[in-house]
Design a protein around this ligand. Structure first.
Ligand SMILES: C[S@@+](CC[C@H](N)C(=O)[O-])C[C@H]1O[C@@H](n2cnc3c(N)ncnc32)[C@H](O)[C@@H]1O
Length: 197
C-alpha cells in the first residue's frame, strides 16, 4: 500500500460530511468548473450506487429539480422525494422509464464495470460503459443539455471521444484533483447537446 491508500483524506472527509462515497467530490469539482447541472434541473445519474453523485446532484438542483438514479446495485440510502432510485441495468433504462424521449437536462455517468485486473478486458469494459452512457444520453438528454462520463486512458477511449465530440457544442476532457493519484481515469464533459433530430 505504498501509494494507494483506500481510506485517503477524501474518503475520510466524505464519511465526516455524510456523503456515501468519495466520488461526491469529483462531481463537485466538475460542477465548480463547468456548471453542468443547472438549478431546477432534471438529472439522470447512471451507475449511481452508493449515491455520492446523487446526493451532490440533489443539493445542486434545489427544491424544484429531480434526480433519477440507476444502478445494478440497490441504492438504499437516499430518502428524498425528489429522487427516483431504480435498481436495474442502464441498457434497459429507456424501457424502464417508458420511452419518455429527451427529458433530462443533464446525464451524468460514473459507471464502471467490475474490474478483473486484466488490463485489456478492463479497458474494453470501461469504454463499453462510456458507450452505453452516451447511448442513454442520445435517447434521454434534452437539446442543450450537458453530459458527464468517466473514462480511462488507453484502449479505444480516443475513438469514444471522437464519436462523442460532434454531438455537443463543446467537449472537454478533465483530469480531476479529486481522482486518486494512482488512477488513470478522466472525465469527458459534453456541453450543449445538439439533439438527435
Ligand atoms: C464507481 S461506482 C459509482 C459511484 C457513484 N457515482 C457515487 O458517487 O457514489 C460505478 C457503478 O456503476 C454501476 N454499473 C456498472 N454497469 C452498470 C450498468 N450496466 N447499469 C447500471 N449500473 C451499472 C456499478 O454497479 C457501480 O455501482
Amino acid at each position: 500500500m505504498a501509494d494507494y491508500n483506500r481510506k485517503d483524506h477524501l474518503y475520510k472527509k466524505a464519511k465526516e460530511e455524510g456523503f456515501e462515497s468519495r466520488a461526491a467530490y469529483k462531481l463537485l469539482e466538475i460542477q465548480q468548473t463547468y456548471k453542468v447541472i443547472p438549478n431546477g434541473a432534471h438529472v439522470l445519474d447512471v451507475g449511481a450506487w452508493p449515491g455520492g453523485w446523487t446526493q451532490v446532484s440533489l443539493d445542486i438542483v434545489g427544491p424544484k429539480g429531480t434526480v433519477t438514479a440507476i444502478d445494478l446495485v440497490p441504492i438504499e440510502s437516499i430518502g428524498d422525494p425528489r429522487c427516483k432510485c431504480i435498481t436495474g441495468d442502464a441498457r434497459d433504462l429507456e424501457e424502464i422509464l417508458g420511452h419518455p424521449g429527451p427529458c433530462f437536462d443533464a446525464v451524468i455517468s460514473d459507471m464502471s464495470p467490475k474490474l478483473t485486473g486484466i488490463k485489456e478486458a478492463d479497458q474494453a469494459g470501461t469504454v463499453a460503459c462510456a458507450d452505453l452512457a452516451l447511448y442513454v444520453a442520445q435517447q434521454l438528454l434534452k437539446k442543450g443539455g450537458n453530459f458527464v462520463v468517466k473514462v480511462f486512458k488507453g484502449g479505444e477511449v480516443e475513438g469514444f471521444v471522437k464519436s462523442a465530440r460532434p454531438m455537443f457544442n463543446k467537449l472537454v476532457r478533465s483530469e480531476l484533483k479529486s481522482t486518486r493519484a494512482t488512477s488513470n481515469e478522466f472525465y469527458v464533459i459534453g456541453l450543449g447537446f445538439k439533439g438527435t433530430s
